[in-house]
Design a protein around this ligand. Structure first.
Ligand code: PMP
Length: 426
């Protein structure tokens, strides 16, 4: 009898509910490269889904974590606090947009940050309704799932969602939805479904992540800020995917001339260690009573130590500038393919938060099949890519911003060859 493959063991041991886009079992990783159990090397343009803006095992991050491991690993900040936690809160209060006094809490995952932002907003306003956007993604917990604007696979089969959550369309010119239509939908909601005086918050990703890498237009963000101010509603920016230099600025909200009241962060905050945060206006953050927020592992000293190193690296290695350069090169390379690849309908994204969108060359409809075939063709050639979008027809690029030039050039060649191969063999 032959040996049972790891894939068979995985299928027998793990719920299929945890989907997997590759069957590459990681053995080791460094910056933008991963080696699997068979010694095969891959260039990693997924970066653990936007977690590794500073790359796999950045030496500074590893050094900080090792030093922390030698001191203590867990006390629970609610029982025996530690200075690093306080200091990271101070740094995030300074680094996040908004010229006002701020406070921060630490939790463990992006979904948990979203849950807490909603709890804080409800507590501060005494209201319960929340408005989110179609195509948006905010996590897999119950409130995160309710706020998420995509049914399959995120909500299907999971029963009744928490109430008082409303969705409006996200403006995407490419798909025929204007800013005016989005704002009109909010006002229609206020007229038909929910009294604005009952709305605690509007939550928005400044660039939709899972939804397709669509940037929120500046005019939309301004209009939302005005609506929030008019009705006493809080604006929550979900920066879980957009944060920490990815868009060419520290936060995607730095591209806007208005500030959110609350912001959620996770993923690249701690360079591969589980840590998430909510930062916001001090008086809003103080609304919940002591004990109402927190969690056993929230603000793990390991994650906190890693996050300090991440913030240092972003500054010292000028990753915001580097994100602009890398994104510029990537978009230029894709633009050069437009004439020969009729499936390409859009190339976009600020900084290094870039995506390419594909339609079928004949029907002109979104083609998840084309995007997936490009992904598989690239994987075969050693490049890991991720798909996103409500229609699954967008390839998003989330390579470490620390990627070496030579590895980046190699990846661009693989990407180009893969797109041409799939388009040519249509
Ligand atoms: N918000 C956004 C914008 C995200 O992209 C994600 C994860 N993709 C989440 C929330 C949830 O984060 P986590 O998976 O860490 O719970």
């Amino acid at each position: 009898m032959g040996a049972i493959s790891l894939t068979d063991r995985k299928n027998a041991a793990i719920s299929r509910g945890v989907g997997m886009t590759t069957q590459i079992y990681a053995e080791r990783a460094e910056n933008a490269e991963i080696w699997d159990k068979d010694g095969r090397r891959y260039i990693d343009f997924a970066a653990g889904i936007a977690v590794l803006n500073t790359g796999h095992r950045h030496p500074r991050v590893i050094e900080a974590v090792k030093a922390q491991l030698d001191r203590f690993t867990h006390t629970c900040h609610q029982v025996v606090p530690y200075e690093n936690y306080v200091q990271l809160a101070e740094r995030l209060n300074d680094a996040t947009p908004g010229d006002f006094a701020k406070k921060t809490i630490f939790v463990t995952t992006g979904a948990e940050a979203v849950e807490n932002a909603v709890k804080i907003a409800r507590s501060a306003t005494g209201r319960s309704a929340v408005i989110a956007f179609g195509g948006g993604f905010h996590g897999r917990t119950f409130m995160g799932m309710a706020l998420t604007g995509k049914v399959i696979p995120y909500k299907v089969g999971f029963g009744a969602m928490p109430g008082d959550v409303f969705h409006v369309p996200f403006p995407i010119e490419l798909h025929g939805v204007s800013i005016e239509q989005s704002i009109a939908a909010v006002n229609k909601l206020f007229a038909a479904d929910v009294d604005p005086k009952r709305v605690a918050a509007i939550i928005i990703e400044p660039v939709q992540g899972e939804g397709g890498f669509y940037p929120a237009p500046a005019a939309l963000m301004r209009a939302l800020r005005d609506l929030c101010d008019l009705h006493g509603i809080l604006l929550i920016a979900d920066e879980v995917q957009t944060g920490f230099a990815r868009t060419g600025k520290m936060f995607a909200m730095d591209h806007h001339d208005v500030a959110p009241d609350l912001m959620t962060m996770a993923k690249s905050l701690a360079g591969g260690f589980p840590l998430a945060a909510v930062t916001g206006r001090a008086e809003i953050m103080d609304a919940p009573a002591p004990g109402g927020l927190g969690g056993t592992y929230g603000g793990s000293p390991i994650g906190i130590a890693a996050a300090h190193a991440v913030l240092d690296v972003i500054e010292e290695e000028q990753l915001c500038e580097r994100a602009d350069q890398l994104g510029g090169r990537l978009k230029q390379r894709l633009e050069a393919l437009r004439d020969s690849v009729p499936e390409i309908v859009d190339i976009r994204g600020p900084g290094f938060m870039n995506a390419v969108e594909f339609n079928d060359r004949t029907t002109k409809l979104p083609s998840a099949d084309f995007a997936n075939r490009v992904r598989l063709a690239a994987l075969e050639r050693g490049l890991i890519l991720l798909i996103c979008g409500l229609h699954g027809n967008v390839i998003r690029f989330l390579a470490p911003i620390t990627i070496q030039d030579s590895v980046f050039s190699e990846a661009l060649d693989i990407l180009e060859t893969s797109i041409l191969a799939v388009s040519g063999g249509h």
